[in-house]
Design a protein around this ligand. Structure first.
Ligand code: SIN
Length: 311
């Protein structure tokens, strides 16, 4: 049997590999973005960009532990004008470039989106879910604000756009956001951002492990995989598979990728594992996924999408 095909197509854009970085992980600077370009990653996803350059929250602001990581980075980034200048050069790596945008207020989003759309990324991912800006609630938990914002961004971009949502924990909230997306459609979903406002404690030191927000931060890695899979599945079902989904959360092995595909993701993003392992993670995950698919006689990753059996 020939090697399983791990490419995918999202909103009309072909990805050579269905595995890429999550926004935030090793994707702030030009050097980091170029390293993603040279790596086996199926795309280059930028850090969520704001209007102005941001240093982010005080350090320590990222802490890995056995089950994953907690972070409160606070959107450190170069500002959208710098990313707009970088995007044409990133496209030379011949893989899709996804521009992730964020704002500190509602009006920031269309300003950034308009400019970044002109720079020509293949896709725009609108981050409605950063949990780490003190005093700024996650927009994705405000359904009216989310709808307004999607409409405002949609009006100024000429690229496929998607939203990166926070985790929802109740079917009523999955349904409420699905209703928003039926009224204000997007081209893809990235599910999920970190599980916000968690608290990790070092019992030896009797202390929190990160400095911002009294130690509260977004949880990533293996500990959130089940929450990510549930959100992928809920939105895949809400749209009968008609909106492509990028699964994010707990991807540390080829089997994790396979589970995201079964739940309904067309591709996955990798955060904690990328930070911990470096850009070699993409080749490892691709090899492991190929082995899983070959063993189960699947010809491609796309043949798996949504095939989860229910009992
Ligand atoms: C951060 O920069 O604080 C993380 C970004 C995010 O979770 O959206």
């Amino acid at each position: 049997m020939t090697d399983p095909d791990l490419s995918c197509t999202i909103a009309g854009v072909r990805f050579p590999l269905c595995i890429m970085n999550a926004s935030g992980a090793l994707c702030v600077t030009r050097e980091e973005l170029e390293a993603l370009g040279r790596s086996g990653a199926g795309a280059i996803v930028t850090k969520s960009m704001t209007v102005e350059f941001r240093k982010g929250n005080p350090e320590p602001r990222y802490y890995p532990f056995s089950g994953g990581s907690i972070n409160s980075m606070g959107l450190p980034n170069l500002g959208y004008q710098t990313y707009a200048e970088l995007i044409p050069a990133l496209k030379a790596f011949k893989k899709p470039v996804i521009a992730s945008i964020a704002g500190l207020c509602e009006e920031d989003f269309p300003e950034i989106a308009r400019a970044i759309s002109k720079a020509g990324p293949d896709l725009i991912e609108v981050n409605l879910s950063c949990p780490n800006i003190p005093g700024k609630p996650q927009i994705g938990y405000d359904f009216d604000a989310s709808e307004r914002l999607i409409r405002k961004v949609r009006a100024v971009v000429d690229r496929p756009m998607g939203v990166k949502l926070p985790p929802y924990f109740d079917p009523a909230h999955h349904a409420a956001m699905a209703d928003v997306l039926k009224r204000a459609p997007v081209d893809f979903l990235s599910l999920i951002n970190s599980v916000g406002n968690a608290l990790v404690i070092d019992p030896e030191k009797e202390s929190v492990v990160i400095k911002p927000k009294g130690g509260f931060g977004g949880l990533g890695g293996s500990v959130i995989k089940a929450v990510a899979l549930a959100n992928v599945r809920a939105f895949w079902k809400a749209f009968d598979g008609r909106i492509p989904i990028i699964g994010v959360g707990g991807v540390t092995s080829g089997t994790d990728v396979f589970e995201h595909l079964l739940a309904g993701a067309s591709a996955v993003q990798v955060g904690t594992a990328l930070v911990e392992e470096g850009t070699g993670v993409f080749d490892r995950l691709a090899a492991e996924l190929r082995a899983v698919l070959a063993k189960k006689s699947y010809p491609s990753s796309s043949a798996v999408v949504g095939r989860l059996k229910e009992l």
